[in-house]
Design a protein. Structure first.
Length: 332
């Protein structure tokens, strides 16, 4: 095997913010500037990928691309190549795709969180667009309630997530009122508001006219799907009703975040409920929707783990998700 040419550095912790290398991109550029002045023309970036000092292999390609761009902008003429200080015990634990990412700087992996009505209406389309533009990146999508996605962001098993919040219920709180994370653990970007409408049996008296229902008309109705004090919308509805001098009658027997089941209970005549507009594209024929005055609103947001590394793939997905969300038309 031929020996590497003169001026090649095979072991160099060059990537910023990874293992025990430089902390910042600027420090990496200056370190490589010194290496070039010392006669180096090729550098293999070798972050640790060992069981005792593990670097996410998908950061290698991103880091090399980012640093290469910064070196070119700074006029530092050096060829930067991907690599790793790979532990023997990791060879059998990494997939071939992951080994290729280390050795060749190819591909990448992205983990997106969402919730079912967002996935059905625009997130799946966003993933399709991303796949067409970045086919070498492996994308995984995990649906869940907002607090589940927040917990995964905090654990760094998701790169970004679509979540929703209500005025009285943040995404960091589960549906029993327990905090799964601190508000400082996530960074939230507003996307759009998703209003709730009143969900009624198709033959209910309030469906006789196409009009906005006043809160006072709920006074004698049994409201199912979200008992008082429980998410996702019970506290908000209780609050606006109290402001209007109305005491809503919640039925706490039925509780589920599944919106199709919620429609089934309403269709069976067990009560009335609320349904967000993102969920109304799959409306049953035996229920009806009417706008409700001062109804609660889901605030749909894009969530990121605070202080975490954002790969170029995650940044690109964020841009596509924003564009897909802006194309939505939520009408009652």
């Amino acid at each position: 095997m031929p020996f590497p040419q003169a001026g090649t550095e095979l072991h160099f912790h060059a990537l910023p913010g990874v293992d025990d290398g430089p902390d910042t991109l600027e420090e990496s550029v200056e370190l490589l500037r010194l290496a070039v002045a010392d006669g180096t023309g090729i550098v293999v970036a070798t972050p640790h990928v060992r069981s005792d000092f593990l670097t996410d292999v998908w950061r290698v390609a991103d880091g090399v691309r980012e640093l290469s761009g910064a070196l070119a902008s700074a006029g530092v003429e050096v060829e930067l190549r991907p690599g790793a200080e790979l532990g023997h015990d990791m060879v059998g634990r990494l997939s071939q795709t992951e080994l290729d990412a280390v050795a060749q700087g190819t591909g990448g992996r992205l983990a997106l969180g969402s919730f079912p009505t967002a996935t059905a209406t625009f997130a799946a389309r966003a993933v399709g667009i991303f796949h067409a533009q970045h086919g070498d990146v492996e994308v995984g999508v995990t649906d869940g309630e907002p607090y589940e996605s927040v917990a995964r962001l905090r654990a760094r098993t998701l790169d970004l997530a679509l979540v929703f919040e209500l005025d009285s219920w943040p995404a960091v709180k589960d549906y029993d009122g327990n905090l799964v994370a601190s508000p400082e653990d996530v960074v939230l970007e507003d996307l759009f508001d998703d209003p709730f409408d009143l969900l009624l049996p198709v033959d209910h008296a309030l469906t006789a006219e196409q009009r906005e229902i006043e809160l006072a008309e709920l006074a004698d109705e049994r409201i199912i799907g979200s008992p008082v004090g429980a998410a996702p919308w019970g506290m908000d509805l209780e609050h606006v009703c109290k402001l209007a001098g109305v005491e809503p009658m919640f039925d706490a027997v039925y509780r589920s975040p599944d919106l199709q089941s919620q429609q089934a209970f309403v269709a069976a005549g067990l009560g009335i409920s609320l349904l967000p507009r993102l969920a109304q594209r799959t409306l049953r024929g035996d229920v009806a929707i009417r706008p409700l005055m001062h109804a609660p609103v889901r605030h749909v947001r894009l969530a990121w783990p605070a202080g975490a590394y954002r790969s170029s793939a995650a940044t690109a997905m964020g841009e596509i998700v924003r564009a897909a969300a802006s194309d939505l038309r939520l009408t009652g």
